[in-house]
Design a protein around this ligand. Structure first.
Ligand code: IPM
Ligand code: MG
Length: 355
């Protein structure tokens, strides 16, 4: 049988560390199953090829069944012009793969309850929600412009634009997910101010009619950021536009303990997926063996589940992560008193030994 073609973007900062760990985990859980193709993207690609996403890199990703990414960016490239920043490469991959639905699960692992900064009575009610973030539209892909006013003052604008089909397809993803869960969708917008949000709300309500079993709530994004901390147990599936999803998923990561723990899957119409942890390249700890590889390792599990229908192997990885946490082993980001501090590579090996 031919091997499954997976593009791998180690990226910058801690990216190569967490990706290295993940490839080892995948090789252990499914030996000789994958053919990994390493791809240059981000700051490393700027250094090597003068651009964040060389055409060849995108082609390799487009030809693969799945793409795995560590992280991109870093202070070294902060002064690049906008179209030559590492992040632009990331957006290029997302849009080039047409993966418009970014699934970000926020679930509190029972052994990590002590890392949750919320009051005990709030955390104890259980936290298990999914953010479905629209990924290829909104301000991220709208017109960006720096200009001068007629008076000669410097000005800038970024356009938030959504068309009907973009909203409809992401809403369907959210409702379908909810059908397999607790059947609650919370759509988050700023419809009291933004015209694009009013369209968002209108379309989400139209789509909701096709899922009569699912309860639909609407929240304004400012209120939502508050409710996520106040009553996180009440959320099941959140659906929201690109920028709101970016911000709220960082908030979610702190609710469950660490940004190093959250994987994400970006999906389009078919099975092809793009898998990246929600954390950044953390240049402050790069190369120090401190990075928590769990977010990326869980991306590997999501890849097995969504792109390859290998649910048993995905379960194995998730269980191994659970076991390691139960054993009290912690990288610095999730360390609390009474647990055992280990390095990133030890975390990798501890997970592998439990597979
Ligand atoms: C994320 C990140 C990216 C984003 C950055 C690195 C461009 O914050 O995946 O959440 O804003 O989408
Ligand atoms: Mg983000």
């Amino acid at each position: 049988m031919s091997k499954k073609n997976v593009a791998v973007i180690p990226g910058d900062g801690i990216g190569p560390e967490v990706i290295g760990a993940t490839l080892k985990v995948l090789e252990k859980v499914a030996p000789n199953t994958f053919e990994f193709h390493e791809v240059a993207m981000g700051g490393n690609a700027i250094d090597k090829y003068g651009e964040p996403l060389p055409a060849e890199s995108l082609k390799i990703c487009q030809n693969a069944e799945a793409t795995l990414l560590g992280a991109v960016g870093g202070p070294k490239w902060d002064n690049q012009p906008p179209e030559k920043r590492p992040e632009r490469g990331l957006l290029g991959v997302r849009s080039g793969l047409e993966v418009f639905a970014n699934i970000r699960p926020a679930k509190i692992f029972a052994p990590l309850a002590s890392a949750c900064p919320l009051r005990k009575d709030i955390a104890e009610k259980g936290i298990d929600f999914i953010i479905v973030r629209e990924l290829t539209g909104g301000i991220y892909f709208g017109k960006h412009e720096a200009f001068k006013t007629p008076e000669g003052e410097r000005a800038a604008r970024d356009v938030m634009e959504y068309s009907e089909h973009e909203i409809r397809r992401i809403a369907h993803v959210a409702f379908k997910m909810a059908m397999g869960r607790r059947k609650i969708v919370t759509s988050i917008d700023k419809a009291n101010i933004l015209t694009s949000s009013r369209l968002w709300r209108e379309i989400v309500e139209e789509v909701a009619k096709e899922y009569p079993e699912v309860k639909l709530n609407h929240l304004y994004v400012d209120n939502a950021s508050m409710q996520l901390i106040r009553v996180p147990s009440e959320f099941d599936v959140i659906v929201t536009e690109n920028t709101f999803g970016d911000i709220l998923s960082d908030e979610a990561s702190q609710i469950i303990g660490s940004i190093g723990m959250i994987p994400s899957a970006s999906l389009g119409e078919g099975n092809r997926g793009f898998y990246e942890p929600i954390h950044g390249s953390a240049p402050d700890i790069a190369g120090q063996n401190k990075a928590n590889p769990i977010g990326t390792i869980l991306c590997g599990a999501m890849m097995l589940r969504y792109s390859f229908n290998m649910n048993a192997e995905a379960d194995k990885i998730e269980n191994a992560v659970d076991e390691v946490l139960k054993a009290g082993l912690r990288t610095p980001d999730i360390y609390t008193e009474g647990t055992k501090l280990i390095t990133g590579s030890q975390m990798r090996d501890e997970i592998i030994s439990r597979l």
